[in-house]
Design a protein around this ligand. Structure first.
Ligand SMILES: Cc1cc2nc3c(=O)[nH]c(=O)nc-3n(C[C@H](O)[C@H](O)[C@H](O)COP(=O)(O)OP(=O)(O)OC[C@H]3O[C@@H](n4cnc5c(N)ncnc54)[C@H](O)[C@@H]3O)c2cc1C
Length: 386
Protein backbone atom coordinates (compact mmCIF):
# COMPACT_ATOMS: atom_id res chain seq x y z
CA UNK A 1 0.00 0.00 0.00
CA UNK A 2 1.21 3.52 -0.50
CA UNK A 3 1.36 5.23 2.85
CA UNK A 4 0.09 8.54 1.51
CA UNK A 5 -2.91 9.68 3.61
CA UNK A 6 -3.07 6.37 5.49
CA UNK A 7 -4.17 6.67 9.11
CA UNK A 8 -1.43 5.23 11.31
CA UNK A 9 -1.70 4.85 15.11
CA UNK A 10 1.51 4.51 17.09
CA UNK A 11 1.48 3.33 20.71
CA UNK A 12 4.53 4.50 22.69
CA UNK A 13 6.57 7.70 22.55
CA UNK A 14 10.02 6.16 23.06
CA UNK A 15 12.79 6.08 20.48
CA UNK A 16 11.09 3.37 18.38
CA UNK A 17 7.61 4.91 18.44
CA UNK A 18 8.79 8.42 17.61
CA UNK A 19 11.12 7.18 14.85
CA UNK A 20 8.35 5.16 13.23
CA UNK A 21 5.91 8.09 13.50
CA UNK A 22 8.47 10.25 11.66
CA UNK A 23 9.14 7.57 9.04
CA UNK A 24 5.41 7.17 8.29
CA UNK A 25 4.79 10.93 8.28
CA UNK A 26 7.60 11.34 5.75
CA UNK A 27 5.66 9.06 3.40
CA UNK A 28 2.58 11.27 3.81
CA UNK A 29 0.64 9.28 6.42
CA UNK A 30 -1.58 10.90 9.04
CA UNK A 31 0.06 9.75 12.23
CA UNK A 32 -1.30 9.87 15.79
CA UNK A 33 1.07 8.79 18.55
CA UNK A 34 -0.23 7.86 22.02
CA UNK A 35 2.12 8.07 24.99
CA UNK A 36 0.90 7.10 28.44
CA UNK A 37 3.18 9.54 30.27
CA UNK A 38 1.99 13.11 30.76
CA UNK A 39 5.22 14.46 29.36
CA UNK A 40 7.58 12.79 26.95
CA UNK A 41 10.73 12.72 28.99
CA UNK A 42 13.60 10.32 29.27
CA UNK A 43 15.33 8.40 31.98
CA UNK A 44 18.54 10.20 32.96
CA UNK A 45 21.08 8.17 31.09
CA UNK A 46 23.47 8.26 28.20
CA UNK A 47 22.99 6.42 24.96
CA UNK A 48 25.39 5.28 22.28
CA UNK A 49 24.27 5.31 18.67
CA UNK A 50 26.45 3.57 16.12
CA UNK A 51 26.60 4.28 12.38
CA UNK A 52 23.62 2.02 11.57
CA UNK A 53 21.42 4.11 13.89
CA UNK A 54 22.94 7.40 12.72
CA UNK A 55 22.12 6.37 9.16
CA UNK A 56 18.42 6.16 10.08
CA UNK A 57 18.54 9.42 12.06
CA UNK A 58 20.06 11.09 9.01
CA UNK A 59 17.43 9.70 6.62
CA UNK A 60 14.66 10.83 8.97
CA UNK A 61 16.09 14.35 8.98
CA UNK A 62 17.01 14.32 12.67
CA UNK A 63 20.78 14.22 12.44
CA UNK A 64 22.51 16.64 12.33
CA UNK A 65 19.91 19.45 12.37
CA UNK A 66 17.91 18.48 15.46
CA UNK A 67 20.64 17.01 17.65
CA UNK A 68 22.82 18.94 20.05
CA UNK A 69 25.64 18.09 22.47
CA UNK A 70 26.68 14.94 20.67
CA UNK A 71 30.04 13.36 21.46
CA UNK A 72 32.04 11.41 18.88
CA UNK A 73 34.54 9.39 20.93
CA UNK A 74 37.71 8.30 19.16
CA UNK A 75 38.01 5.08 21.11
CA UNK A 76 36.87 3.02 24.05
CA UNK A 77 39.42 1.69 26.52
CA UNK A 78 39.01 -1.68 28.24
CA UNK A 79 40.75 -1.72 31.62
CA UNK A 80 41.34 -4.18 34.40
CA UNK A 81 39.03 -3.30 37.27
CA UNK A 82 41.69 -3.61 39.95
CA UNK A 83 44.92 -2.32 38.42
CA UNK A 84 43.31 0.36 36.21
CA UNK A 85 45.67 -0.83 33.45
CA UNK A 86 44.50 -0.92 29.83
CA UNK A 87 43.79 -4.39 28.43
CA UNK A 88 42.87 -3.18 24.99
CA UNK A 89 41.55 -0.17 23.19
CA UNK A 90 39.04 -0.23 20.38
CA UNK A 91 39.12 2.68 18.01
CA UNK A 92 35.89 3.88 16.50
CA UNK A 93 35.95 4.27 12.75
CA UNK A 94 34.93 7.93 12.93
CA UNK A 95 37.36 8.50 10.08
CA UNK A 96 35.84 5.81 7.84
CA UNK A 97 32.41 7.30 7.60
CA UNK A 98 31.22 4.98 10.34
CA UNK A 99 30.49 7.48 13.08
CA UNK A 100 29.71 6.45 16.63
CA UNK A 101 27.97 8.94 18.91
CA UNK A 102 27.31 9.28 22.62
CA UNK A 103 24.61 11.60 23.88
CA UNK A 104 22.07 12.18 26.62
CA UNK A 105 18.88 10.16 26.00
CA UNK A 106 16.78 13.24 26.79
CA UNK A 107 18.53 15.14 23.96
CA UNK A 108 17.73 12.36 21.50
CA UNK A 109 14.07 12.21 22.58
CA UNK A 110 13.77 16.01 22.39
CA UNK A 111 15.13 15.94 18.83
CA UNK A 112 12.74 13.14 17.79
CA UNK A 113 9.74 14.99 19.26
CA UNK A 114 10.68 18.24 17.50
CA UNK A 115 11.12 16.45 14.16
CA UNK A 116 7.84 14.53 14.56
CA UNK A 117 5.95 17.76 15.29
CA UNK A 118 7.55 19.46 12.29
CA UNK A 119 6.02 16.72 10.10
CA UNK A 120 2.56 17.11 11.63
CA UNK A 121 2.56 14.01 13.86
CA UNK A 122 -0.23 14.34 16.42
CA UNK A 123 1.35 13.44 19.77
CA UNK A 124 -1.27 12.72 22.44
CA UNK A 125 0.14 12.56 25.95
CA UNK A 126 -1.39 11.01 29.07
CA UNK A 127 -2.94 8.35 26.81
CA UNK A 128 -2.67 4.76 27.89
CA UNK A 129 -3.57 2.92 24.72
CA UNK A 130 -4.45 -0.63 23.79
CA UNK A 131 -5.46 -2.35 20.59
CA UNK A 132 -8.98 -3.74 20.98
CA UNK A 133 -9.52 -4.93 17.44
CA UNK A 134 -7.37 -5.87 14.49
CA UNK A 135 -9.19 -7.08 11.39
CA UNK A 136 -8.84 -7.05 7.61
CA UNK A 137 -9.77 -3.43 7.21
CA UNK A 138 -7.83 -1.85 10.05
CA UNK A 139 -7.34 -1.72 13.80
CA UNK A 140 -9.00 0.04 16.72
CA UNK A 141 -7.13 1.72 19.56
CA UNK A 142 -8.86 2.34 22.89
CA UNK A 143 -7.39 5.22 24.88
CA UNK A 144 -7.58 5.47 28.69
CA UNK A 145 -10.30 2.84 28.64
CA UNK A 146 -12.79 5.24 27.07
CA UNK A 147 -12.52 6.64 23.53
CA UNK A 148 -11.92 4.36 20.54
CA UNK A 149 -10.15 5.44 17.33
CA UNK A 150 -9.84 3.69 13.95
CA UNK A 151 -6.60 3.28 12.06
CA UNK A 152 -5.45 1.58 8.87
CA UNK A 153 -2.51 0.22 10.86
CA UNK A 154 -1.30 0.30 14.47
CA UNK A 155 2.39 0.20 15.33
CA UNK A 156 2.91 -1.00 18.90
CA UNK A 157 6.18 0.44 20.21
CA UNK A 158 5.21 0.20 23.86
CA UNK A 159 8.53 -1.11 25.13
CA UNK A 160 9.89 -4.28 26.69
CA UNK A 161 6.83 -4.79 28.90
CA UNK A 162 4.47 -4.25 25.96
CA UNK A 163 0.84 -4.84 26.81
CA UNK A 164 -0.02 -5.14 23.10
CA UNK A 165 2.46 -8.02 22.86
CA UNK A 166 0.98 -9.70 25.92
CA UNK A 167 -2.58 -9.41 24.62
CA UNK A 168 -2.17 -10.17 20.91
CA UNK A 169 0.89 -12.37 20.70
CA UNK A 170 0.52 -14.73 23.66
CA UNK A 171 3.84 -13.93 25.22
CA UNK A 172 5.61 -16.59 27.28
CA UNK A 173 7.18 -15.37 30.54
CA UNK A 174 10.62 -13.75 30.48
CA UNK A 175 13.48 -15.34 32.41
CA UNK A 176 15.65 -13.47 34.95
CA UNK A 177 19.28 -13.82 33.82
CA UNK A 178 20.72 -13.46 37.32
CA UNK A 179 22.27 -10.18 36.29
CA UNK A 180 21.42 -6.70 37.48
CA UNK A 181 22.39 -3.31 36.10
CA UNK A 182 23.00 -0.01 37.88
CA UNK A 183 22.75 3.33 36.09
CA UNK A 184 23.67 6.80 37.29
CA UNK A 185 24.68 10.24 36.05
CA UNK A 186 26.89 12.63 37.97
CA UNK A 187 28.22 16.10 37.18
CA UNK A 188 31.88 15.86 36.13
CA UNK A 189 32.85 19.06 37.98
CA UNK A 190 35.61 19.58 35.43
CA UNK A 191 37.00 16.04 35.66
CA UNK A 192 37.79 14.69 32.24
CA UNK A 193 37.14 11.00 31.58
CA UNK A 194 37.56 8.81 28.51
CA UNK A 195 34.98 6.21 27.47
CA UNK A 196 36.08 3.17 29.47
CA UNK A 197 34.90 -0.35 30.26
CA UNK A 198 36.32 -1.73 33.53
CA UNK A 199 36.29 -5.50 33.34
CA UNK A 200 35.87 -7.16 36.72
CA UNK A 201 35.07 -10.60 38.01
CA UNK A 202 31.39 -11.31 37.51
CA UNK A 203 30.83 -7.61 36.88
CA UNK A 204 31.82 -4.72 34.68
CA UNK A 205 31.40 -0.98 34.69
CA UNK A 206 31.09 1.41 31.75
CA UNK A 207 31.70 5.16 31.93
CA UNK A 208 31.56 7.85 29.30
CA UNK A 209 31.19 11.64 29.22
CA UNK A 210 28.02 13.43 28.06
CA UNK A 211 27.12 17.00 27.10
CA UNK A 212 30.65 18.14 26.25
CA UNK A 213 32.09 16.43 29.30
CA UNK A 214 29.82 18.14 31.83
CA UNK A 215 28.18 14.86 32.90
CA UNK A 216 29.57 11.37 33.51
CA UNK A 217 27.36 8.44 32.53
CA UNK A 218 27.91 5.29 34.62
CA UNK A 219 26.52 1.80 34.09
CA UNK A 220 27.52 -1.14 36.25
CA UNK A 221 26.40 -4.70 35.51
CA UNK A 222 26.91 -7.62 37.88
CA UNK A 223 25.93 -11.23 38.25
CA UNK A 224 23.48 -11.43 41.10
CA UNK A 225 20.93 -14.01 42.16
CA UNK A 226 18.58 -11.51 43.81
CA UNK A 227 15.65 -10.72 41.60
CA UNK A 228 15.28 -7.09 40.46
CA UNK A 229 12.36 -5.68 38.44
CA UNK A 230 12.66 -5.24 34.68
CA UNK A 231 12.20 -1.50 34.86
CA UNK A 232 14.59 1.32 34.04
CA UNK A 233 12.94 3.61 36.54
CA UNK A 234 13.34 1.43 39.62
CA UNK A 235 15.34 3.23 42.34
CA UNK A 236 18.45 1.60 43.78
CA UNK A 237 20.65 2.50 46.72
CA UNK A 238 23.83 4.52 45.93
CA UNK A 239 25.53 2.98 49.02
CA UNK A 240 24.75 -0.53 47.81
CA UNK A 241 26.05 0.28 44.32
CA UNK A 242 29.27 1.61 45.87
CA UNK A 243 29.67 -1.43 48.11
CA UNK A 244 29.12 -3.88 45.26
CA UNK A 245 31.90 -2.23 43.23
CA UNK A 246 34.18 -1.25 46.13
CA UNK A 247 36.82 -3.76 44.98
CA UNK A 248 37.39 -1.62 41.85
CA UNK A 249 40.39 0.77 41.75
CA UNK A 250 40.16 4.18 43.41
CA UNK A 251 39.68 6.13 40.17
CA UNK A 252 36.36 4.25 39.91
CA UNK A 253 35.36 4.23 43.57
CA UNK A 254 36.05 7.97 43.91
CA UNK A 255 33.52 8.57 41.15
CA UNK A 256 31.02 6.08 42.62
CA UNK A 257 31.21 7.83 45.98
CA UNK A 258 29.76 10.98 44.34
CA UNK A 259 26.55 9.24 43.23
CA UNK A 260 23.42 10.43 45.01
CA UNK A 261 20.79 8.75 42.84
CA UNK A 262 20.92 5.42 41.04
CA UNK A 263 18.51 3.21 39.10
CA UNK A 264 18.64 -0.55 39.32
CA UNK A 265 17.05 -3.07 37.00
CA UNK A 266 17.16 -6.78 36.31
CA UNK A 267 18.21 -8.26 32.98
CA UNK A 268 15.76 -10.73 31.48
CA UNK A 269 15.74 -12.86 28.38
CA UNK A 270 12.53 -12.89 26.37
CA UNK A 271 11.50 -15.81 24.19
CA UNK A 272 11.44 -15.06 20.47
CA UNK A 273 7.91 -14.39 19.28
CA UNK A 274 6.42 -16.58 16.56
CA UNK A 275 5.04 -13.54 14.81
CA UNK A 276 5.41 -9.77 15.11
CA UNK A 277 2.13 -8.85 13.44
CA UNK A 278 -1.54 -9.77 13.56
CA UNK A 279 -3.65 -8.38 10.69
CA UNK A 280 -3.26 -4.62 11.13
CA UNK A 281 -1.22 -4.42 14.31
CA UNK A 282 2.56 -4.76 14.27
CA UNK A 283 5.24 -4.74 16.97
CA UNK A 284 8.40 -2.65 16.82
CA UNK A 285 11.53 -2.03 18.94
CA UNK A 286 11.71 -3.51 22.44
CA UNK A 287 8.06 -4.56 22.19
CA UNK A 288 9.05 -7.01 19.45
CA UNK A 289 12.55 -7.94 20.64
CA UNK A 290 13.85 -6.65 23.98
CA UNK A 291 17.66 -6.52 23.79
CA UNK A 292 20.31 -7.14 26.43
CA UNK A 293 22.54 -4.06 26.81
CA UNK A 294 26.02 -5.56 26.09
CA UNK A 295 26.19 -4.30 22.49
CA UNK A 296 24.38 -0.97 23.13
CA UNK A 297 22.11 -1.73 20.17
CA UNK A 298 18.51 -1.69 21.48
CA UNK A 299 17.70 1.79 20.22
CA UNK A 300 19.64 1.30 17.02
CA UNK A 301 17.54 -1.81 16.30
CA UNK A 302 14.34 0.16 17.01
CA UNK A 303 15.50 2.89 14.61
CA UNK A 304 16.28 0.31 11.94
CA UNK A 305 12.87 -1.35 12.50
CA UNK A 306 11.13 1.99 11.94
CA UNK A 307 12.94 2.67 8.66
CA UNK A 308 12.36 -0.84 7.29
CA UNK A 309 8.70 -1.04 8.35
CA UNK A 310 7.67 2.23 6.70
CA UNK A 311 9.63 1.40 3.58
CA UNK A 312 8.21 -2.08 2.97
CA UNK A 313 4.66 -0.93 3.70
CA UNK A 314 5.00 1.92 1.24
CA UNK A 315 6.36 -0.40 -1.42
CA UNK A 316 4.33 -3.61 -1.13
CA UNK A 317 0.61 -3.44 -1.78
CA UNK A 318 -0.54 -6.41 0.24
CA UNK A 319 -0.30 -5.55 3.92
CA UNK A 320 0.19 -9.17 5.11
CA UNK A 321 3.04 -9.64 2.65
CA UNK A 322 4.60 -6.33 3.66
CA UNK A 323 4.44 -7.12 7.38
CA UNK A 324 5.90 -10.60 6.82
CA UNK A 325 8.69 -9.05 4.77
CA UNK A 326 9.42 -6.58 7.61
CA UNK A 327 9.54 -9.43 10.10
CA UNK A 328 11.79 -11.59 7.91
CA UNK A 329 14.28 -8.79 7.36
CA UNK A 330 14.35 -7.67 10.97
CA UNK A 331 14.13 -10.95 12.89
CA UNK A 332 17.25 -12.40 11.32
CA UNK A 333 19.28 -9.32 12.10
CA UNK A 334 18.07 -8.62 15.66
CA UNK A 335 18.60 -12.27 16.58
CA UNK A 336 22.20 -12.10 15.34
CA UNK A 337 22.82 -8.86 17.26
CA UNK A 338 21.19 -10.34 20.35
CA UNK A 339 23.50 -13.38 20.20
CA UNK A 340 26.55 -11.12 19.89
CA UNK A 341 25.35 -9.12 22.86
CA UNK A 342 25.04 -12.27 25.02
CA UNK A 343 28.59 -13.33 24.02
CA UNK A 344 29.96 -9.90 24.91
CA UNK A 345 28.32 -10.06 28.32
CA UNK A 346 30.20 -13.32 28.99
CA UNK A 347 33.58 -11.80 28.01
CA UNK A 348 33.01 -8.83 30.31
CA UNK A 349 32.41 -11.07 33.33
CA UNK A 350 34.89 -13.97 33.10
CA UNK A 351 35.40 -15.28 36.65
CA UNK A 352 37.86 -18.12 36.04
CA UNK A 353 41.23 -16.49 36.76
CA UNK A 354 43.21 -18.54 34.22
CA UNK A 355 40.66 -17.97 31.47
CA UNK A 356 40.56 -14.29 32.38
CA UNK A 357 44.33 -13.94 32.12
CA UNK A 358 44.31 -15.81 28.82
CA UNK A 359 41.55 -13.56 27.46
CA UNK A 360 43.37 -10.39 28.50
CA UNK A 361 46.68 -11.54 26.96
CA UNK A 362 44.87 -12.47 23.73
CA UNK A 363 43.24 -9.04 23.65
CA UNK A 364 46.62 -7.33 24.20
CA UNK A 365 48.16 -9.44 21.45
CA UNK A 366 45.39 -8.63 18.97
CA UNK A 367 45.52 -4.93 19.86
CA UNK A 368 49.24 -4.86 19.16
CA UNK A 369 49.53 -7.04 16.08
CA UNK A 370 46.13 -7.02 14.43
CA UNK A 371 44.34 -3.82 15.53
CA UNK A 372 42.13 -3.70 12.46
CA UNK A 373 40.47 -6.96 13.60
CA UNK A 374 39.00 -5.26 16.68
CA UNK A 375 38.16 -2.14 14.73
CA UNK A 376 36.21 -3.97 12.05
CA UNK A 377 34.77 -6.87 14.07
CA UNK A 378 31.33 -5.29 14.37
CA UNK A 379 31.23 -3.68 10.96
CA UNK A 380 28.44 -6.07 9.93
CA UNK A 381 26.36 -4.32 12.58
CA UNK A 382 27.57 -0.75 12.09
CA UNK A 383 27.80 -0.75 8.28
CA UNK A 384 24.16 -1.78 7.83
CA UNK A 385 21.91 0.64 5.98
CA UNK A 386 18.32 -0.03 7.01
C1 LIG B 1 20.40 2.27 30.79
C2 LIG B 1 20.19 1.86 29.36
C3 LIG B 1 21.16 2.13 28.44
C4 LIG B 1 20.97 1.79 27.11
N1 LIG B 1 21.93 2.10 26.24
C5 LIG B 1 21.72 1.90 24.93
C6 LIG B 1 22.69 2.36 23.99
O1 LIG B 1 23.73 2.89 24.37
N2 LIG B 1 22.42 2.19 22.66
C7 LIG B 1 21.27 1.60 22.22
O2 LIG B 1 21.08 1.50 21.00
N3 LIG B 1 20.34 1.13 23.11
C8 LIG B 1 20.54 1.28 24.45
N4 LIG B 1 19.60 0.86 25.34
C9 LIG B 1 18.40 0.15 24.89
C10 LIG B 1 17.37 1.15 24.41
O3 LIG B 1 17.22 2.20 25.31
C11 LIG B 1 16.04 0.47 24.14
O4 LIG B 1 16.24 -0.65 23.34
C12 LIG B 1 15.11 1.47 23.42
O5 LIG B 1 14.82 2.55 24.26
C13 LIG B 1 13.83 0.80 22.97
O6 LIG B 1 12.96 1.77 22.46
P1 LIG B 1 11.41 1.51 22.33
O7 LIG B 1 10.85 2.75 21.74
O8 LIG B 1 11.17 0.22 21.68
O9 LIG B 1 10.88 1.34 23.82
P2 LIG B 1 10.86 2.40 25.08
O10 LIG B 1 12.01 3.30 24.93
O11 LIG B 1 10.75 1.54 26.26
O12 LIG B 1 9.54 3.22 24.82
C14 LIG B 1 8.26 2.69 25.08
C15 LIG B 1 7.30 3.85 25.33
O13 LIG B 1 5.97 3.36 25.34
C16 LIG B 1 5.25 3.98 26.36
N5 LIG B 1 4.12 3.08 26.68
C17 LIG B 1 4.18 1.86 27.25
N6 LIG B 1 2.94 1.32 27.31
C18 LIG B 1 2.09 2.24 26.77
C19 LIG B 1 0.69 2.27 26.53
N7 LIG B 1 -0.10 1.24 26.88
N8 LIG B 1 0.15 3.35 25.96
C20 LIG B 1 0.92 4.42 25.59
N9 LIG B 1 2.27 4.45 25.80
C21 LIG B 1 2.83 3.37 26.36
C22 LIG B 1 6.27 4.12 27.48
O14 LIG B 1 5.87 5.11 28.41
C23 LIG B 1 7.51 4.52 26.68
O15 LIG B 1 7.59 5.91 26.50
C24 LIG B 1 19.78 1.14 26.70
C25 LIG B 1 18.80 0.85 27.64
C26 LIG B 1 19.01 1.22 28.96
C27 LIG B 1 17.95 0.91 29.98
Amino acid sequence: MTLLNKKIGVIGGGIGGLASAIAFAKFGSQVTLYEKALVISEVGAGIQISANGINVLTKLGIYPDYLKSVGFPKNIIFKDYKTDKAITEIQHNQDLNLPYMQLHRADLIEALVARAKSLGVNIVLGSKAKVINSGDSGSKIKVNNSEVFDFDLTVAADGMNSTVRQYWFGQRPSVFMKQIAWRALIPSNGMSIEPTVYMGINKHLVMYPLRNGKIINIIGVQSNKNLAPESWTNDGSPEKFYNEFSDFNTSVTNILSDITEVKLWGLYSHPTLKSWSHKNVVLLGDAAHPMLPFMAQGSCMALEDAAVLARVLNKINNIDTALKKYENIRKKRVTAVQKTSIKNGKFFHINNLILRKFFHITMLFITKFHPSFLKSRYNWIYNYKA
